[in-house]
Each structure stands twice: as C-alpha cells, then as structure tokens.
Design a protein. Structure first.
Length: 276
C-alpha cells in the first residue's frame, strides 16, 4: 500500500512529462550556473530571464515563434548591457538593473494590453505540469546543444572568467567566448521557460553552481557536482510537490535553498574546525 502510494506520481502522464522536462533543463542550467557564479554574472542571469518577456509578447502579437522572440530579446538585453557598461561611467550591475527592469516593465505593459484567450502566465510562473510534446522536443534540442558546447569549451570559458587578459594572450577569441556565453544563457533560459518560468529561472541558473562552489574547490568537480545537485533537486521537488499539492517550480527552488543553507552551514563548520 505504501509502495503504491509512493509510486503513484509516475502513473500519470503529466507527471511523467514533468519529470522529463525537469531532467532535460537541469543539465545545461547546472553547467551554466558554474560559469555565472565564477564570473560574477548572477545578475546577468536574472536580467536576461526577465528581459525575454517583451520579446515573447511581441512574437505572440506578430504570430512569430515565441522562442525566436525570447532569444532576440535576451540577446538585446545582454548586448545593450555590454555596450552601456563599456561606454559610460556606471558599473555593469547598475546598468543591468536598469536595462532588465525597463524591458521587463515593457513586457508587462504589452502583456496586459493585448486581448487574447491564450494565457501567458506560465511564462512568468512556470507550467511544468502542462508541458506539451513540442515543448519537450524544443527543450531537448536546446539542452543537448548548449550542454555539448559548454562541456567542449569549458576550459576556455574558465580561463576567460578568471583572467580575460591571459585568455587573450593565450590566443583565445575573447569576443567569441563572451557573446557565446551570453547566447548559451539566452538559449538555456528559453529551455527553462516551460519548467520554471521567468521569475524562478534565476534560481536554476545560480543555486546549483553556488552550492557546488561551497562544497568543492576544483572546477571540473564543481561542474559534475552541480549537475547532480540540480537533477536531484528538480526531480525531488517535482516529486514531493505531488504529495504537498503545491506548484512544482517554487517547491524545486525551496529544495535548492535548503541545500544551499546546508552547504553554507557545513562550510562554516569546517572553517571553524580548521581555525581551532
């Protein structure tokens, strides 16, 4: 009886799709979170995830693919932030705050102004239990492509994150690495839309890397550990949300938050012991 109850979530097709999309988007978001944490781009992930909203709404109005609108809006935010940071006295985090809040505000204004029977709320809050087959295929293609590129070029991006000058001296194409990482970020956010929504996407792009950073010192170990953390959190959060009758996306974020606090406490305990 207990076993049947525990296995009941796997008997429903919508839960199976939820587990599948959670597994798909967890790998690229975990890998990317490591680079964002090491490079100090936490706010960049937040900025791009919110800035894609006006692109999605405009694509819906024009009848274009939502993915195309989201990608263009995300890259516009990233490129605008980079240009303003390089050509004004204001620091990058301040510029990012102004750009993404302005684009998110534009998206909200456009969203409430259109008359439609379709609901775009799942873009904001996630719709992991209502994922359709074409969304699974789209997320799969994006996730496989982004994950492959990140794994293939992780050493180049690591050097670029720590020391861009040394990376340039070593013969690496700095601009290619910079904008390639931004493109990977935009594509990953598009894949996350169905699972977590814009508001919660930032947690998937930061928390796994931050937790792994607290636990290990070697970057290669940090990469695979973040993937394990993200996959486990996504699947476990989706699983327990079935019994708690809660939304999967915030449940997943709460699981990651608990893991982060646990890792932080463990880190502080180790520091205290080593100082004695």
């Amino acid at each position: 009886m207990i076993f049947e109850t525990l296995m009941s979530p796997f008997q429903f097709a919508f839960m199976q799709n939820a587990f599948f999309i959670a597994l798909i988007v967890s790998v690229p978001s975990a890998l990317l979170s490591c680079f964002l944490v090491m490079k100090g781009w936490a706010l960049m992930g937040d900025a791009v995830s919110h800035a894609v909203l006006p692109g999605i709404v405009l694509a819906y109005i024009l009848g274009a693919p939502l993915i195309m609108g989201a990608f263009i809006a995300g890259m516009t935010c990233a490129l605008t932030t980079g240009y303003l940071s390089a050509n004004c006295r204001v620091k990058q985090d301040t510029v990012m705050g102004v750009v993404f809040s302005g684009m998110f505000g534009l998206g909200i204004v456009l969203y409430v102004s259109i008359e439609t029977n379709a609901h775009l709320d799942h873009i904001l809050f996630g719709n992991i239990l209502g994922v359709e087959s074409h969304e699974l295929w789209t997320a799969s293609i994006i996730s496989i492509g982004v994950s492959f590129i990140l794994i293939l070029k992780w050493k180049d991006w690591l050097l670029h994150s720590f020391d861009p000058i040394q990376a340039r001296t070593s013969g690496l194409r700095i601009n290619f690495l910079h904008y390639g990482l931004l493109a990977a970020l935009s594509l990953t956010i598009i894949a996350i839309l169905s699972a977590a929504g814009l508001i919660l996407a930032i947690s998937l792009l930061i928390a796994p890397g931050a937790i792994a950073f607290l636990l290990v010192r070697k970057f290669s170990t940090m990469l695979w550990l973040s993937v394990i953390i993200c996959v486990s959190s996504m699947l476990f959060g989706t699983y327990i949300s079935f019994f708690l009758d809660s939304a999967p996306a915030p449940t997943i974020v709460l699981v990651m938050t608990i893991l982060f606090i646990t890792a932080l406490v463990k880190k502080q305990i180790n520091i205290s012991r080593s100082s004695v």
